[in-house]
Design a protein around this ligand. Structure first.
Ligand SMILES: NC(=O)c1ccc[n+]([C@@H]2O[C@H](COP(=O)([O-])OP(=O)(O)OC[C@H]3O[C@@H](n4cnc5c(N)ncnc54)[C@H](O)[C@@H]3O)[C@@H](O)[C@H]2O)c1
Length: 462
């Protein structure tokens, strides 16, 4: 293990670094942000995205998904000539010596990672690798430990005996959706996984401008660091959710309790927020994957099973709060604020709202669905639900509460805090709020006359 902080000056790479051409395979959240960020920093980046619809949008400078500031940086990098979207992976391989793999690694039904996209990328790359030119392939996707070693083997296998001059590194991605651009430019740490020390300098040249510590480890260690970090964050969330449950019984307010816990520097307040559980495309998937990896290696996985179980119960808890508040759900109109899994993104993968909707429909409720950014994504991904007679999609927060009996908040957009509460109160039939993210100010909401229920607080004390 090498921790490189001050040592960066020793690397005489200034002039060379900006000549490095970066190839990025896969232009999702990770790939696009990596390409946009590195090209903005002065590297020339070539991107190959196999989805033609996405590529066409990207060529026009349009981001296929919402992420704060992404569009601005995308257009700036395209205008500078540093960012090129190519339709031929062969061009990317020909031009670039550093090739980032940023394809998806979804979870299979057996809770192991689906390696199909990585395998396909390996096959495509292997076809065009030159025999006499050295290339570094950098895996950024979240993968099971051992993947980089496998990837190198697989490429050689596809090459069928042709000379293969590559090294495979692992530089896991830690960005948060909703803060991806900020996180790209301000990482807490950069983890570089290599199995051949000769490529360390090549990789550090790319990251020497970042003011974050760089830790160099083996590829398998880097892969495990990513998975373990996500498992820790999930654990922190399930931990505070458990504490919030006991708060409800002991007549304590979780907001006071969590502050008291988080003030300990060893613990901290980040990710110590009660709510309706972790969601999105990463934490649930990576937790399932780590459980599978522990099982496969016959290591006790009880900790992570509990984290998962606690998380799975959060929607029932939310439903029970709604039911208790309304007494009868049948025939009631419920405004659901939140479609994306969290604020700052239109990503609806594994969103808690997707689990809540069928429960409410089964109870014969009418649903008014609102989100500041994710309505279109919902329409695209769930066309049948979008025209369901009991669901109305709204792009205006006030329209979303007309004659409503209850608002349930499922994600944490700041927009909800800025809303005109008086107007909301007037528009609703029965002004009740169930706040699944503890985002509103309880005193303020109660002053307007709302019945207000949040997580981790005994109802009577609110
Ligand atoms: N989204 C996040 O917040 C985040 C954060 C850290 C790590 N990760 C990890 O990074 C990886 C990518 O995540 P994402 O959210 O960007 O996924 P994504 O699904 O948004 O993007 C993946 C992209 O790769 C493209 N692709 C697949 N195979 C390809 C191929 N052979 N050639 C070219 N393009 C190809 C897909 O069309 C898609 O656009 C995953 O392993 C994920 O777990 C994601």
């Amino acid at each position: 293990m090498i921790l490189l902080e001050e040592k960066l000056e020793e690397i005489n790479a200034e002039e060379n670094s900006k000549k490095i051409k970066i190839g990025v395979v896969g232009a999702g959240y990770v790939g696009l942000v990596t390409a946009v960020g590195l090209s903005y920093k002065g590297f020339k980046a070539y991107v190959f995205e196999k989805n033609k619809e996405k590529t066409n949008l990207l060529k026009k400078g349009i981001s296929p998904f919402y992420e704060p500031d992404l569009q601005k940086f995308l257009q700036s990098s395209i205008s500078s000539g540093n960012l090129v979207f190519t339709e031929e992976i062969s061009q990317l391989i020909k031009e670039c010596n550093h090739i980032y793999i940023c394809v998806g690694t979804p979870i299979r039904e057996d809770y192991t990672y689906d390696m199909f996209f990585l395998d396909s990328a390996a096959k495509e790359i292997s076809e065009y690798l030159p025999q006499n030119e050295f290339k570094i392939i950098i895996i950024k996707s979240t993968v099971p430990p051992g993947t980089a070693i496998w990837f190198k083997k697989i490429i050689k296998r596809y090459r069928r005996g042709k000379k293969t001059n590559i090294e495979v590194a692992s530089i896991p991605e830690f960005l948060r959706e909703g803060n991806a651009i900020y996180d790209f430019f301000n990482p807490n740490r950069i983890i570089i996984g290599v199995d051949n020390k000769s490529i360390i300098n090549d990789l550090i040249q790319i990251y020497r401008d970042f003011s974050a510590p760089i830790l160099v480890v083996s590829t398998t260690e880097a892969e495990l660091i990513k998975l373990a970090s996500n498992a820790f964050l999930s654990t922190k969330i399930s931990f505070i959710n458990s504490i919030s449950d006991i708060c409800e019984k002991l007549n304590c307010d979780i907001e006071n309790v969590r502050r008291g816990i988080g003030m300990d520097n060893r613990i901290g307040l980040d990710f110590l927020k009660p709510g309706i559980g972790f969601a999105g495309s990463c934490l649930p998937k990576d937790l399932n994957a780590i459980i599978s990896i522990f099982k496969e290696n016959k290591v006790n996985h009880i900790l992570f099973e509990s984290v998962k179980e606690i998380n799975n119960q959060r929607i029932d808890l939310l439903y029970n709060k709604i039911k208790k508040a309304l007494w009868n759900i049948k025939g009631k109109t419920i405004s659901v604020w939140g479609i994306s899994f969290k604020a700052g993104t239109d990503d609806i993968r594994e969103s808690p709202t997707l689990k809540l909707i069928p429960i409410l429909l089964k109870e014969n409720a009418k649903i008014l669905l609102y989100d500041p950014k994710a309505v279109n994504n919902f329409k695209k991904q769930f066309p049948e639900l979008s025209i369901h007679p009991s669901i109305k999609l709204t792009e205006d927060i006030y329209e979303s509460v007309v004659n409503s009996n209850l608002i349930v908040i499922t994600n944490d957009w700041e927009d909800y805090q800025k809303v005109n509460l008086m107007k909301i109160y007037e528009l609703m039939e029965t002004p009740i709020i169930v706040d699944g993210r503890n985002i509103l100010n309880p005193l303020q909401v109660s002053e307007y006359g709302f019945e207000y229920y949040r997580i981790g607080v005994n109802y009577e004390s609110t």
